[in-house]
Design a protein around this ligand. Structure first.
Ligand SMILES: Cc1cc2nc3c(=O)[nH]c(=O)nc-3n(C[C@H](O)[C@H](O)[C@H](O)COP(=O)(O)OP(=O)(O)OC[C@H]3O[C@@H](n4cnc5c(N)ncnc54)[C@H](O)[C@@H]3O)c2cc1C
Length: 404
């Protein structure tokens, strides 16, 4: 077991600096343009692939960090550059996390590298759970997966909504219901390989923030995938469903297992936005003069900055604790994963709002990045489990009571 330390080791520091340089020199200068264009920033993804940031090897190396922190450090830096572009680059890891959480070792080896492709032939992946009538309530998914035994194929039908890289990805990891009466215990994850007939992009959504990241509807119309595309394999699914039918406790559900693993990383992205806004506002407050003195010389502004720094650091500590616990295989007994994502998301919204206040009119217009950071931050209280759902998880964990 790796000992917890607040000091980053040489490897972590080196990679953090390398990613920071990319965020500062490549991502940040492009942020305004791609926010306005509201399109996938392919040239930036290509640059990330060329230097190795967008690659399976890099992501596997980050997840392999014995302390569990590297993926969080990388995500904080990328989102410090720009959260929309960072998600356009790392949205693929949501699909990869879905494969990791539910796949067999053979499936992981076969599919995860394909999610990224190569620098000359870049691929994207998506993780599709949410539906028009099933957002927070993942147990009520309507997308059906029916097994065609004669052909050893699964047939998927349904509509997924709000999917990052949805409909433009090469590989979609789709969570569907095999036995609807069992709720989430009757669900499984499926890989939909590139160019599978029947899968198409529906609406592309125009958004409030993270606009460089594509969010789309995914239509599944008689999508047939080979039996080997069921993550975890049929034997394991049959066992799980049999247990659930008998009313016994069945192992972790397809979607939930993925979210458990990804929450601290999502929290780290929110920390990156908060830090960007804090740093910008601090510099601005030292420069901007009103009534003959720098505005930071007023306690009203200085104290805001003190709180912004404190909350950002506190969020990072919660994120690192959860990431470390996850890597050591410790159970989140008090909902520590949820705490990290919840606190970091709400901190990012709060800190970016304070930053707008500190910049005054300059904070409210698009020539300055602060209003964009505020728009970007808001998604962190919504996706990967809303703030209310995180509070539900934490309150159930600490009370042992199934609070509805
Ligand atoms: C930009 C973006 C990207 C996304 N990317 C993906 C993706 O890649 N893959 C994917 O599968 N999904 C994705 N999502 C979907 C996202 O995870 C859902 O939007 C989220 O889970 C909330 O679901 P909902 O929007 O249906 O809201 P609802 O579940 O309808 O919730 C509406 C409100 O009611 C509250 N609420 C609901 N139930 C309770 C309760 N029991 N107690 C208290 N309050 C409650 C919620 O907290 C929220 O405030 C994305 C969404 C967005 C906007």
């Amino acid at each position: 077991m790796s000992q917890f330390s607040l000091e980053l080791n040489e490897d972590q520091l080196q990679i953090q600096k390398w990613v920071h340089d990319f965020a500062e020199n490549v991502i940040r200068p492009a942020a305004h343009e791609w926010d306005e264009r509201e399109e996938t920033p392919w040239p930036i993804i290509e640059e990330a692939a060329k230097i190795g940031i967008y690659s399976f090897d890099f992501v596997a190396n980050c997840f392999g960090d014995p302390a569990g922190l590297l993926m969080c450090l990388v995500n904080e830096e990328m989102s410090w550059g720009d959260a929309g572009i960072a998600l356009a680059i790392f949205g693929t890891t949501l699909g990869v996390a879905g494969i990791f959480a539910n796949g067999t070792p053979e499936q992981i080896v076969e599919w995860c590298p394909q999610c990224f492709g190569t620098p000359d032939d870049i691929k994207l992946a998506a993780f599709a759970v949410s539906e028009p009538d099933a957002g927070s309530d993942v147990s009520s998914l309507r997308t059906r997966a029916v097994y065609d035994e004669a052909k050893d194929e699964w047939v998927l039908n349904g509509t997924k909504i709000w999917i990052t890289n949805g409909g433009i990805a090469d590989i979609h990891v789709v969570v569907a219901s095999v036995e609807p009466a069992l709720g989430s215990r009757g669900q499984a994850s499926f890989i939909v390989p590139p160019n599978t007939p029947g899968l198409s992009l529906g609406q592309k959504f125009k958004k409030h923030g993270i606009r460089a990241s594509h969010t789309g509807e995914v239509i599944l119309d008689d999508v047939r995938v080979p039996g080997r595309c069921l993550l975890g394999g049929k034997e394991k699914l049959d066992e799980r469903i049999a247990k659930a039918r008998e009313g016994k406790r069945a192992s972790s559900q397809a979607a939930m297992a993925t979210f458990e693993a990804s929450r601290p990383v999502v929290g780290a992205q929110a920390v990156g936005i908060a830090r960007a806004a804090y740093e910008y506002a601090l510099e601005y407050a030292k420069e901007r003069k009103q009534f003959g003195r720098a505005i930071i010389e007023n306690q009203g502004i200085a104290f805001k900055l003190a709180d912004m720094k404190m909350r950002t650091d506190a969020a990072r500590l919660l994120v690192h604790r959860a990431a470390w616990m996850g890597r050591q295989g410790k159970r989140f007994e008090a909902g520590e994963g949820s705490m990290s994502k919840l606190y970091a998301g709400e901190t990012a919204v709060w800190v970016t709002e304070q930053a707008i206040q500190i910049l005054g009119g300059y904070g409210y217009v698009r020539e300055y990045p602060v209003e964009r950071w505020h728009r970007d931050a808001k998604i962190y209280t919504i996706f990967e489990g809303t703030s209310e759902i995180q509070r539900l998880i934490i309150s159930r964990a600490i009370s042992g009571i199934h609070i509805p």
